[in-house]
Structures are given as structure tokens and as C-alpha cells.
Write a protein that binds this ligand. Structure first.
Ligand code: ZN
Length: 406
């Protein structure tokens, strides 16, 4: 054995350092020394710093993504939080891909729609639980579970009873034993009467359905809707963005829906128009609902996804709109997020599309637009009132706001 000692210089910090290894014979040792002195140009400290910087960058991206996905802030030391952000994002990616695969597998099956609906429920369930897992330590302790199956078990395990019920109900529906409305009806029979005092009820002018639909806001600010088994009711709540979870129709308010009061007012309005009497969570919400004093919920949204910032158009209602959206440079269908991905460089087209088709922009999308649009400022210049004013403007290049002072 021959000891080989290479004397290297770090290209980054200029420090001299030695690298030592052992070779079969002195010829190989000299040869390695020559190679090492020529090729090892980074000291251990600089290498460690570089790896840490890459890790920090990844954690930062994960934190940004978490913010865009409206995930709760994690609790723990700054180091723990940074690490846990990445684990959480990876876990959600793993699960999202797994659900996307399962949805694809369901295509062409007899009960395709039902399977997809059940998958949506499961994913929403897991996402809701994830929204409550705010301890960085929890994510770090569970980081080894890198398969979708393991993550599902660990996340669902945090609310095991509800998850088991969901699975049981899903199995029964697959086997055709019960419809969701039937289990809803069962539940409303066994459930204790709510403790709240008499809730305000609104009757539509043309009531076409017996009884009344009930809208409630839970302690955790979810909006829940109940009625007996009825296809019209089901269609209205689904269209309002509610999904079947924990044996009720439920909507978790977010940036796109406004707060729980807004969701309740919007749904109440839709139900009244569809001929249902509605029992509201409060007098105030009923008044807003009846007078139309709320922000109508739309599925037409443009938001921002991904570390390298793409716009995403999530609800493209008809073929013409889809064709129009597809013409935006660089746009492509994204099966994970079920929307059209558009690169940030097409910001001007996104702006036009949003305006023409009445799409709303999330805070993130507005910020990205502003950021991209900074270089080229878009202004709506009003037509000057008279020809002479126009000429004046042309000659002096003054913007209309200044006309009064001029
Ligand atoms: Zn160095």
C-alpha cells in the first residue's frame, strides 16, 4: 500500500488543503496525486456550504409553494420548519401523482364517475388533515414514508375514525348498497338536534320542494348543507363547489370562495332560486343571500402554481373557451391540477383571457401579472373628448389625468 497525499487549492476560498488516500503501489499513488491536485478544487467547508445552500434553496421553494397552496404555517425551529416544508411538499406530490394514476385507471370503467368522485373525496379528506398537521416535527418524524400508501396511512391515521367511515361508505357505494343521499338521510335521523336556537328560514316565491334545506357553519368554519335525497339539491350544491365528505355536503372556504358567511350566502341564494326553502345559519347571512349582497362564487379562476411560476386556468367551461385558452402561447393541459398550465411569459394573453371570459385572479396570479407586466406598463387611455384635445395630447404627450390642470 502506498499513501497518496494531494496538495489542493480551493477555487472558492483560496484555502490550501490536503486529500489523502491509499493506493496499491507508489506509481498509482503518484498518478492519483497528480489527478487530485488538478481536479479537486473545492475544500470540504466550501463543499458543505454548497450542499447546504442547495438544500436551503429547495426548502425556500417548498415554502413558497406551501404559501401558494395556502397550507398552514408550520411550527418548530426555523431549521425544522424549512426541512418539514420540503417533506410536506414531496408528500403531497407523491399523493397527488398517486391519485392522478388512480383516476386514469378508472377511465373506461363502468363506474368511472363514481370511482373518480370517491377518489376526490379521499384526496380532499387527506388535504384537510394535512391542513391540520402544523407540527414540523411530525413531518420530520414521518419523512421515511415515501410511498403514497404510507403517507395515506400516516395522514389518514390522524383522523382514523372519520377515514374508516369514509372508506366504509365508499365500499358500500361501489357495491351499490347505498346512495350518498341515503346515508345522509340515515345520519340526519340519528344525529342529535342542533343546540342552536331557531334558525331563520327563507321561502322562495316558487317553492318547488318540500321541507327546507339546512345550511350550517361548523366550528372549524366549514359550510355544511343538508336536505333529503334529491337530485336537484345534489346538482345545486355540487355546482356551488360542495363535495360529499364525512357524510355531508361540505365546502371548506378558501381564497376562491371568500369566507364561510359568503359561501353560505351564495349557496342559499342558489337554493332559493332552485325552489328550495332554506334554513340559514344566521339572520345576517339570510339577508345577504336574499338581497344578493355577497361575492358570487365562480369556478373560473386563474392562479399560480409551481416553483418556476406558471399560471393555471382551472375551470374551462366550454369548448370555445378551451380552444381560446389553448391558443395562449405555451399553454398545456396539466392532469395533476386538472387545468391549463400557462408560462408566466404569456402574462399579457392571460390578462386578456381573464377579462374576456370573466375569470378571477388569485392574489398570487395578480402579483405575478404585476411582476411580469412591470417592464411594459398597460394603461387604459380614455379617448380625449374633442379633436383638439386629442391633437393637444398627441403633441404634448400628456396623459389624460393631467388635462384638468393643463
Ligand atoms: Zn474553500
Amino acid at each position: 500500500m502506498a499513501k497518496a497525499t494531494a496538495y489542493c487549492t480551493c477555487e472558492k476560498c483560496g484555502k490550501e488543503f490536503t486529500k489523502i488516500t491509499y493506493k496499491q503501489n507508489s506509481r498509482e499513488a503518484r498518478s492519483w496525486e497528480a489527478w487530485a491536485e488538478a481536479n479537486i478544487t473545492e475544500c470540504d467547508d466550501c463543499q458543505a456550504a454548497r450542499i447546504q445552500a442547495a438544500r436551503d434553496e429547495e426548502n425556500k421553494k417548498s415554502a413558497e409553494q406551501a404559501k401558494m397552496l395556502h397550507l398552514p404555517v408550520l411550527e418548530g425551529s426555523p431549521k425544522q420548519v424549512a426541512w418539514a416544508e420540503t417533506i410536506r411538499v414531496n408528500a403531497m406530490d407523491t399523493l397527488r401523482e398517486s391519485f392522478a394514476r388512480k383516476r386514469e385507471d378508472a377511465e373506461g370503467e363502468d363506474n368511472e364517475d363514481l370511482i373518480k368522485e370517491l377518489l376526490d373525496e379521499q384526496q380532499t379528506f387527506l388535504w384537510n388533515v394535512i391542513g391540520t398537521l402544523t407540527s414540523a416535527a411530525w413531518w420530520i418524524d414521518n419523512r421515511c414514508s415515501d410511498s403514497a400508501r404510507m403517507w395515506t396511512r400516516k395522514i389518514a391515521g390522524k383522523d382514523e375514525k372519520a377515514w374508516n367511515e369514509l372508506q366504509k361508505a365508499a365500499k358500500a357505494r361501489i357495491e351499490g348498497k347505498v346512495s350518498p343521499e341515503a346515508s345522509q338521510a340515515d345520519e340526519s335521523v340519528t344525529e342529535a338536534e342542533p343546540e342552536t336556537p331557531v334558525q331563520p328560514e327563507a321561502m322562495p316565491e316558487n317553492q318547488t320542494h318540500d321541507g327546507a334545506a339546512v345550511i350550517e357553519i361548523t366550528a372549524s368554519k366549514a359550510v355544511v348543507a343538508r336536505y333529503e335525497k334529491n337530485d336537484d339539491f345534489r346538482a345545486v350544491v355540487k355546482d356551488a363547489g360542495f363535495s360529499w365528505q364525512y357524510s355531508t355536503w361540505r365546502c371548506i372556504p378558501d381564497e376562491k370562495t371568500g369566507d364561510a358567511e359568503n359561501v353560505a350566502a351564495d349557496l342559499g341564494n342558489r337554493l332559493l332560486k332552485a325552489g328550495f326553502a332554506v334554513i340559514f345559519p344566521s339572520q345576517e347571512i339570510m339577508e345577504k343571500s336574499v338581497t344578493g349582497d355577497f361575492e358570487p362564487i365562480t369556478k373560473n379562476w386563474i392562479s399560480v402554481v409551481g416553483a418556476n411560476k406558471h399560471f393555471i386556468i382551472t375551470h374551462v367551461a366550454d369548448d370555445n373557451m378551451y380552444k381560446e385558452a389553448k391558443r395562449i402561447p405555451g399553454s398545456k393541459w396539466d392532469r395533476f391540477s386538472q387545468g391549463l398550465l400557462v408560462p408566466a411569459s404569456s402574462w399579457a394573453e392571460i390578462q386578456d383571457f381573464a377579462r374576456e371570459n370573466e375569470f378571477k385572479l388569485t392574489q398570487g396570479a395578480q402579483e405575478l401579472l404585476a411582476q411580469m407586466g412591470k417592464a411594459s406598463v398597460v394603461v387604459n387611455v380614455a379617448d380625449p373628448a374633442s379633436g383638439s384635445a386629442k391633437q393637444f395630447l398627441n403633441e404634448n404627450g400628456i396623459i389624460p389625468d393631467l388635462m384638468d390642470e393643463a
